[in-house]
Design a protein around this ligand. Structure first.
Ligand SMILES: [Mn+2]
Length: 255
């Protein structure tokens, strides 16, 4: 009885009114997956929102999976490379799709075909690769062809993506976190790939986790996490969450 009571007393409490840091605002954008059209529209909305309600310190967080599946990975990376200079504090997080692309292009093996199947075909195509040729080639030559088509600047940019970003009582990651493990002890595998062990957990984390990776039809607001991947590449809806102090709301681009 006492044991139970004591354990309960030291367990972290769910943060009931999570807040961003003072005088700061964050916009976090869900999984873009090559939807340049939606990304452009959403960035315009964010710019208009920011101009209408100026804030001292603004961050724009991309929660990863910018590439694959949708039609214009190249256009998305190009736009963000060019916009980096004028976006206020951009933060780019690495998703499992960026991880997989870098991995199979660095060290081509049988996983190269998996990447193609999970949206790599569309990505390669956006870089001008005749993807019809890839199927008939051995993995090494196919990867070399894709490698040659992707500018090294794009590769270097993607390789520079971060794993998490802390914002007051919030933490932004691509997929989620392993419950009960400190943020700096999380594995990149969990941060970029985790699903049920995180999604089904009602553990009170020391922060509210904002994540993409798992598609829901609307923002998925839970006491310990908020999912913002509305499946843009298939649904035509790209979502951003806006957090300032204890208020939060959503912006969406859709076709
Ligand atoms: Mn993902």
């Amino acid at each position: 009885m006492f044991e139970k009571f004591r354990r309960k007393a030291v367990a972290p409490a769910m943060i009931t009114a999570p807040s961003g840091p003072a005088d700061a605002r964050a916009y976090a954008i869900g999984d873009v997956h090559g939807r340049l059209d939606l990304l452009r529209n959403l960035l315009e909305q964010i710019e208009a929102d920011s101009r209408a309600n100026p804030c001292e310190r603004e961050y724009i967080v991309f929660v990863g999976d910018l590439i694959d599946r949708g039609p214009d990975s190249r256009g998305v990376i190009d736009l963000l490379l060019r916009s980096k200079k004028y976006l206020p504090h951009p933060v780019f997080l690495m998703g499992n799709h960026e991880e997989m692309m870098l991995r199979v292009l660095d060290k081509p093996d049988e996983k190269f075909r998996d990447w193609l199947t999970y949206g790599g075909y569309e990505c390669a195509q956006s870089y001008g690769v005749e993807v019809g040729r890839l199927a008939a080639m051995d993995v090494e030559h196919a990867a070399a062809l894709v490698n040659a088509a992707i500018p090294s600047e794009h590769r270097a940019f993607i390789a520079s993506f971060a794993d998490s970003f802390r914002f007051g009582d919030y933490v932004f990651v691509h997929a989620g976190i392993r419950p009960g493990v400190a943020l700096d002890a999380q594995s990149t595998r969990d941060l970029r790939w985790i699903r049920e062990d995180f999604l089904d957990s009602n553990v009170a984390h020391p922060f509210v986790v904002v994540h993409g990776h798992t598609i829901t039809s609307a923002p998925d607001e839970q006491p310990n996490r908020i999912g913002i991947d509305t499946g843009a590449y298939a649904s035509g809806v790209l979502t951003a969450i806006r957090i300032e102090g204890t208020t939060r709301n959503y912006l969406q681009a859709q076709v």
